[in-house]
Design a protein around this ligand. Structure first.
Ligand code: NAP
Length: 466
C-alpha cells in the first residue's frame, strides 16, 4: 500500500495512511526521523511507523548561506541529533567522525565546537542515510481535515513538486509535525533588493556580487551573524571598508557560562512550560544574552584587534558605528544611501555603500500559515499564538484526534531552546512517544479544550472517510 494519493482533477487513486508526515527536513525533523528509524528497527515490521518528511529544498541544506570559512558551532557537538536521547546511536557526531576516519584527530583538536562546515557535513551524512523517508523538492500547500464518523481523524497533506506545479500530491496522516525552521527578519519598511541583503543569503549573494564602485559595505546588527559577516567581508574584500551599525555601544559577549547554559537543558523545558507568563517573560529576559544579540568572545577580540591595528597603521577600513540606527535606505546609482542616526545626540548623517547586509535576526516561520484548511480546529492564546501542550501538540477542538505538532516555533511556551539545536535529540524522543501514546489511546493529555469550536468551517472542507 502506498501512502500517497495523486490528486490531479481531484481523483484519489490509492489510499494509505501515514502515522506521521513531517513538514520540513532541517535538524529538528531530521532528529525525529532518526528516532523513528531507531524505533522501527526495534519493533515487528507490522508495527513499524509509516512516516514521510516533505522538504521544499531540492537537497538537504542548513543555513548554507552562512557556512563561512572558519565559523564554528556555538553548541557542543554532544548536542547533536541523537546523543542526549540515545548515546549509543550510530547517528551521533562521534559515529560520523569515526566513519570519516577523523575521530582521533578531532579528539586531539580539544574542542567541543566543530566548524559549521563540518557539522553541516555531519547533518548531510545523517540525512543521506534517511533518504527513503524524505521527498525533497516538495512544498506543502495545504492541510485538509478528514473526518471519520464525527471526528477529524486524519489530515490530508497536500504538496506540490517544484518540477510540475500543476501536479499535487496528497498524503493522509494521523499526525503532522511542522518544523519549517526560521525565516530572516528584516526591519519594517526595508525591502530586500539586489544591493540590500539579509545575511541568511550571504554566500549566494557574494557569488553574484553587483558592481562595487565605492568599496564600502554596511552591516546592520550586533549579533553573532553581524559579527561574522563583518569579519568575512573585511577579510575577503581587503580593499573595502566595512561599517557595522548597531544600537549597542559595543558588541556584547555571549553568556556561555555553565549555570546560565542550563537554560538549554531538557529539564529547563519543563520548568519553563509550567511557569506563568510573567515568569516565562522574566526568564527569557534574564537569559537573552545566552543567545540573542550577542557574540562569541574570541570573535569580539579579533574584531577589536583589527580596528586597533588599523588605527595604529593609519589605514582604517573597519568601522564600528555604535549607539546608532539606520533610519532609511535609499537606492542610488550602483549603491544604497543609508541615513544613520547617532542616538545620543540625534545627529543624522548619510553613508553611501555598495551593499547593505541586514544581520537583523530570524523568526520562526509562523505555523498558522501552514495550517491551511486545518486552521479552523485550532485556537490561539491572547497573543494570537497557537496553544500547545508540553509534547508540542497543538490543542484542538473536541472531536479532533489527528495531531499537529509544532516543535521549533514555541519559544513562548517551551523556552529559549525551542528554535535551537540544543534540545532536538530529546525533543524528537518526546514527539515520537507522544504519537505512539495517542495511537495506543494512552495519552495523558486528552483533547479537552471545550472553549474551542468543534465545527470545521466552510473554508475547510472536510473529506469523509468511511
Ligand atoms: P540576533 O542574535 O537576533 O541579532 C539580531 C541583531 O539585529 C541584534 O543586534 C538586533 O539589535 C539587530 N536588529 C534587529 N532588528 C533590527 C532593526 N529593525 N534595526 C536595526 N537592528 C536590528 O540574530 P543573529 O545574529 O542572526 O543570531 C541568531 C541565532 O543564530 C543565534 O542563536 C546565534 O547564536 C546563531 N548564529 C550562530 C552562528 C554560528 O553558529 N557560528 C552564526 C550566526 C548566528 P537589538 O539587540 O538592538 O534589537
Amino acid at each position: 500500500m502506498v501512502g500517497r494519493l495523486h490528486d490531479r482533477a481531484g481523483e484519489l487513486t490509492e489510499l494509505g495512511v501515514h502515522d506521521m508526515v513531517g513538514i520540513g527536513f532541517g535538524p529538528s525533523n531530521l532528529a525525529l526521523a532518526i528516532a523513528v528509524e531507531e524505533h522501527n528497527a526495534q519493533v515487528a515490521p507490522s508495527a513499524a511507523l509509516r512516516v514521510t518528511f516533505l522538504e521544499r529544498q531540492e537537497r538537504f541544506g542548513w543555513h548554507r548561506g552562512m557556512l563561512l570559512d572558519g565559523a564554528t558551532m556555538q553548541v557542543s557537538y554532544l548536542k547533536d541529533l541523537v546523543t542526549l536521547r540515545n548515546p549509543a546511536s550510530d547517528f551521533s557526531f562521534v559515529s560520523y567522525l569515526h566513519g570519516q576516519d577523523r575521530l582521533v584527530d578531532f579528539i586531539n583538536h580539544k574542542t567541543m565546537f566543530p566548524l559549521r562546515h563540518e557539522f553541516h557535513d555531519y547533518l548531510e551524512w545523517a540525512a543521506s542515510r534517511l533518504d527513503h523517508l524524505v521527498e525533497y523538492g516538495s512544498e506543502v500547500i495545504d492541510l485538509r481535515p478528514v473526518t471519520r464518523g464525527s471526528e477529524i481523524a486524519f489530515i490530508d497533506v497536500v504538496s506540490r513538486r517544484g518540477g510540475d506545479p500543476e501536479r499535487t500530491e496528497v498524503r493522509r496522516a494521523r499526525n503532522v509535525v511542522i518544523a519549517a525552521g526560521l525565516e530572516p527578519r528584516t526591519p519594517d519598511g526595508i525591502e530586500i533588493t539586489e544591493r540590500i541583503w539579509h545575511n541568511h543569503d550571504l554566500l549566494d549573494r557574494v557569488n553574484a556580487m553587483p558592481s562595487t564602485p565605492r568599496g564600502r559595505f554596511l552591516v546592520v546588527g550586533a549579533g553573532q551573524s553581524a559579527a561574522e559577516v563583518t569579519e568575512y567581508l573585511h577579510s575577503n574584500f581587503p580593499r573595502a571598508a566595512v561599517h557595522t551599525v548597531f544600537a549597542r555601544y559595543g558588541f556584547s559577549p555571549a553568556d556561555d557560562s555553565s549555570f546560565a547554559n542550563q537554560i538549554f537543558d531538557p529539564t529547563a523545558v519543563d520548568d519553563f512550560f509550567h511557569a506563568s507568563d510573567e515568569v516565562r517573560a522574566m526568564l527569557l529576559d534574564y537569559h537573552r544574552g545566552t543567545n540573542y544579540s550577542v557574540v562569541d568572545t574570541d570573535l569580539i577580540d579579533e574584531l577589536y584587534r583589527r580596528v586597533y591595528q588599523e588605527k595604529v597603521r593609519g589605514v582604517e577600513r573597519l568601522h564600528m558605528v555604535r549607539a546608532s540606527r539606520v533610519t532609511g535606505l535609499e537606492d542610488i546609482p550602483d549603491g544604497v544611501r543609508a541615513t544613520i542616526e547617532f542616538l545620543p545626540t540625534g545627529r543624522r548623517q548619510t553613508l553611501d555603500a555598495d551593499v547593505v547586509v541586514l544581520a537583523t535576526g530570524y523568526r520562526s516561520r509562523d505555523p498558522w500559515r501552514l495550517l491551511g484548511g486545518m486552521a479552523a480546529v485550532y485556537n490561539a492564546d491572547d497573543a494570537g499564538r497557537l496553544r500547545v501542550r508540553r509534547d508540542y501538540r497543538v490543542i484542538t477542538s473536541a472531536g479532533t484526534t489527528a495531531g499537529i505538532y509544532i516543535p521549533g516555533a514555541t519559544e513562548y511556551a517551551h523556552g529559549i531552546s525551542s528554535t535551537l539545536l540544543s534540545n532536538v535529540a530529546v525533543r524528537a524522543g518526546e514527539l515520537l512517544r507522544s504519537t505512539l501514546d495517542h495511537a495506543d489511546g494512552h495519552s495523558s493529555e486528552h483533547v479537552d479544550d471545550t472553549s474551542a469550536t468543534d465545527e470545521v468551517t466552510a473554508d475547510a472542507p472536510a473529506l469523509a472517510l468511511g
